[in-house]
Design a protein around this ligand. Sequence first.
Ligand SMILES: CC(C)(COP(=O)(O)OP(=O)(O)OC[C@H]1O[C@@H](n2cnc3c(N)ncnc32)[C@H](O)[C@@H]1OP(=O)(O)O)[C@@H](O)C(=O)NCCC(=O)NCCS
Length: 372
Amino acid sequence: MASVTGLDGVVAAETELSLVDGQNGYLVYRGYEAKELALKMSFEEVAYLLWHGELPSAEAINAFKKQWVDHRAIPTELKAVLDLLPKESEMMSVLRTAISVLGTCTRQESAWPPQFEHILANTALLPTIIAYHYRRSQGLQPVEPDPQLDHVANYLYMLTGSKPQYVHVKVLTAYFILAMEHGMNASTFAGRVVLSTQSDITSALCASIGAMKGPLHGGAPSEVLQMLDEIGTKEQAEAWLREELGAGRKLMGFGHRIYKTSDPRAEALRQLMQELASEDPWFDLAVHVEKVAVELLREYKPGRNLYVNVEFYAAAVMRAIALPTSLFTPSFTLSRIVGWTAHLLEQAGCNRIFRPQSVYVGELPASLLNRP
Ligand SMILES: CC(C)(COP(=O)(O)OP(=O)(O)OC[C@H]1O[C@@H](n2cnc3c(N)ncnc32)[C@H](O)[C@@H]1OP(=O)(O)O)[C@@H](O)C(=O)NCCC(=O)NCCS
């Protein structure tokens, strides 16, 4: 039996949620191009689409937003646990812990199939948890959620304590929508595997958060900033990139298992940022580094089709709105939880436990080798 490292090319499920076309470079959510949704819709509308299968009417979205706002406050038991954690705890570990505590305190742990109320509760609360721990780590008082603000604006408000600029909400919403769902990526797969045992959504979400934490999945944007900081100027880009590639190191924000052409999410974010930050020398450097890196990847890794991925320009968006790097992966997470939970609903609707095989390549005992 042939083994497939990294399950490359293996189809693990059918889904109606998204089409990731890696050859032609497009991404579709339930029949709509994600980049169109990113420019026109709110976070809540696209979440509704992914969870319910259709875009909401004006009446439905108003009712939905009210329901959403009701889940934003941190329950007392969870607050007590968050206050016990070391202030310097890494945010993704805090999120994993918080989701676990929330599930236990709100009796989500025995629910099968997953209940929509629990999905909304986890999704609505994540930004509050991030903002709460972030401000605590900075020695700042927490900021209560503002029921007048939508999900993304409220996130920025709870982080900073001030009403966010319209343009910041616009670019962050576009990034969040583009990052919301992406087929059978590692964190989504991890969650579906856990749920397929008829376990609860809390356990599935903890698995997804754990997978998201790794630098090969959700941790790339902060490393992109570090790379651009080290490169410093356009003149130094080629030499720096050559040294990395020559030493066999990977360039963060490049390459993708599925996309063998430019990642459409990166294209959309680059375009949006061009309108916003065309005067910013840092953004100019980023565009230059992308161009040189793609040329060099062609030279050092011929035939691998390595292009820019979403994380590269996600870094640009998050830098433009002055999000600290420690919040990059958690911010990605508060968006991807929509895709994860949509997949959990889908998995529960046609569940069969995941159980792939492995190929034994170790020694056999003599008793078996000599058996006739
Ligand atoms: C995304 C990623 C994990 C996909 O991994 P994958 O499908 O398993 O691809 P592989 O790691 O097997 O890469 C295939 C080849 O391309 C090379 N490669 C892939 N991404 C590369 C990168 N960013 N820089 C340099 N080389 C890269 C690998 O070294 C490998 O070369 P080889 O055939 O000589 O061994 C990988 O491209 C990567 O690590 N990128 C950087 C991290 C990143 O940006 N992550 C965010 C993803 S949205």
